[in-house]
Design a protein around this ligand. Structure first.
Ligand code: ADP
Ligand code: MG
Length: 531
């Protein structure tokens, strides 16, 4: 629809509303007059003063139907009492002069009797001041009892009443316009998108938000349908929901797709049926808001939760397996160690060099297997911390005592001498050991390992910085998975054990690594751990 037409449509809409209000006022007036003894009329301001309108209640006043007055231009004059006729017609000249006139006369009832009528009239002039019409009322004065005080009640006050009603209509109109403006402001400014459609699902109006999405101005929406703006499939589904809401007469809230500026959104829409003054559904009002981000977030959270659950299940299974394998391997290993011991004694006596070499190999392998079993058991065991105040530097020194650092690796421990934390020293020593071993493994051609420790608030961070081979993204992503290793003789439990132990202390392990440059593992521990 063209803007001019829309302005017109809006005007019509406003006028219709005002008309509804006026109708109520008119109904009130009609009721007032119909139930009062006052008969309202209008007539020509000249000649025989032919009636142009006579109120319905004239029938109860004089027995005639209103049409009898309006069809016969002489009806009123002819029913005036012959003795009053000339006087009344003469006196009417003052109506033209003063614009207002009051007179009394006898008028014949349909039953032939004469009634005493009081008649008050007012002259209506056109724009240029020429007499246009007379408007007046007649009251039957025969019913004295009504007239006592009744004149005050219904007589002159009728004009006042009409004026009052006029004021009331004007006031209500102003109120309507104001509330319309308020509603407009609301309509334009709330963050939701709002539209109204008629019974056929054609748009009647929309707010700026929707107009902006559609790249039109709000007044251009009127008369358009969803098929003008959205893919057929979407328009079909919008229309289906509109229809459902209009036929059920019940509001509905649904999540649906929405396309704006080439992007797809998920929106939450509430559709409410609109009703006309007779209570019949005349269209639908829709309010919707973008919930795309919320939906995405929900999906992400659900996926993350699922991942965590799977991971936890996997970890539990691995823990169980590790415990079982570790336990089962322990005994045969003990047996091998025992048997090798016996063989060794015999072989030493026989001085068989080749056999001795083989025995040495078995011993090394057993030792290595034992280490794996130890790791497996450590990993699966329930952790019960034995906390004690521990000097970090001393603990690092103890750890290094267990290791043989290759000559081409330079170690610098920058931990301050006085740093003391409340930890389980045996457990944290294992963590240090694993991290230092990994760093050494990562520097096959030599390099530098720097240990930096510092206190920050109620926490202590200890960093293990190596200048080794670093890690690929892929390795970084799988680091904490039990049994993940890139080493030929690796087990892949070192880091998962570190993580478990540090977390048991209420701390955490983080890693940063650059391929070919080096890796930094940082453990953060609370100064005081509560068991
Ligand atoms: P393992 O040492 O038995 O392989 P870990 O759990 O200790 O098992 O380590 C898992 C993997 O993480 C290693 O195989 C290695 O690929 C990688 N990794 C660990 N520490 C480092 C490091 N300091 N530099 C480079 N890679 C490392
Ligand atoms: Mg390791």
């Amino acid at each position: 629809m063209a803007p001019a037409q829309l302005v017109e449509a809006e005007q019509i809409q406003k006028t219709l509303r005002i008309e509804v209000e006026l109708r109520a006022v008119r109904d009130g007036l009609e009721f007032l007059f119909a139930s009062s003894p006052i008969v309202i009329y209008t007539c020509k301001p000249y000649g025989d003063y032919a009636a142009t309108f006579v109120g319905q209640n004239v029938t109860s006043q004089l027995g005639y139907a209103p049409e009898e007055f309006t069809k016969d231009s002489k009806f009123w004059v002819n029913h005036l009492h012959p003795e009053d006729r000339q006087r009344v017609l003469d006196s009417l000249s003052s109506l033209i002069n003063k614009g207002h006139h009051f007179t009394e006369y006898r008028l014949q009832h349909k039953d032939g009797t004469y009634r005493r009528i009081k008649d008050e009239m007012k002259l209506i002039r056109d724009g240029s001041g020429n007499p246009l019409e007379v408007i007046g009322y007649r009251i039957d004065d025969t019913r004295r009892e009504l007239m006592d005080g009744g004149r005050r009640k219904y007589g002159l006050s009728v004009w006042k009443r009409a004026e009052h009603l006029e004021d009331a209509v004007e006031y209500r109109t102003r109120q309507l316009i104001e509330s319309e403006a308020r509603y407009r402001t609301l309509f334009e400014n709330i963050p939701e998108r709002i539209f109204t459609k008629d019974r056929k699902s054609s748009y009647v109006s929309c707010n700026d938000h929707i107009a902006r999405d559609l790249n039109i101005s709000p007044d251009q929406i009127c008369g358009k349908t969803d098929y003008d703006f959205y893919p057929r499939e979407l328009a079909d589904s919008y229309r289906a929901v509109d229809k459902r809401v209009m036929s059920s007469g019940k509001a509905e809230e649904i999540e649906e797709k929405y396309v704006a500026c080439g992007h797809e959104f998920i929106v939450d829409t509430i559709r409410t049926p609109l009703r006309d003054s007779g209570g019949n559904v005349s269209g639908v009002l829709g309010i919707f808001r973008d919930i795309t981000e919320r939906k995405k977030m929900e999906a992400r959270l659900a996926a993350e939760e699922m991942k965590q659950r799977l991971l936890k299940a996997e970890l539990e299974a691995t823990e169980q397996l590790a415990g079982m394998v570790g336990h089962d391997l322990r005994n045969p290993l003990q047996a091998i160690v025992g048997a090798v011991g016996v063989l060794k004694r015999d072989l030493v006596i026989r001085r068989d060099e080749k056999a001795k070499k083989m025995i040495h190999l078995i011993e090394n392998s057993v030792e290595y297997s034992d280490k794996i079993v130890y790791d497996l058991l450590d990993y699966s065991r329930e952790l019960q911390l034995e906390l004690t105040n521990t000097n970090v530097k001393s603990l690092l020194k103890d750890t290094f005592a267990l290791l043989k650092i290759p000559d081409n690796i330079n170690v610098a421990d920058l931990t301050p001498n006085e740093l003391v934390i409340n930890i389980d020293p045996a457990r944290i020593k294992r963590v240090f050991l694993n991290l230092i071993r990994n760093a050494i493994d990562a520097m096959p051609n030599g390099g530098k390992l720097t240990i930096t420790s510092q206190k920050l608030d109620e926490k202590v961070t200890i960093g293990f910085v190596d200048t080794g081979i670093g890690m690929t993204k892929e390795v970084l992503g799988r680091l904490w998975t039990p049994l993940f290793t890139t080493k030929a003789k690796g087990v892949g439990l070192g880091l998962p054990i570190c993580k478990r132990m540090v977390e048991a202390h209420g701390g955490q392990v983080t890693v940063a690594s650059t391929l070919g440059e080096g890796t930094t593992f940082t453990i953060t521990l609370p100064l005081k751990t509560t068991n």
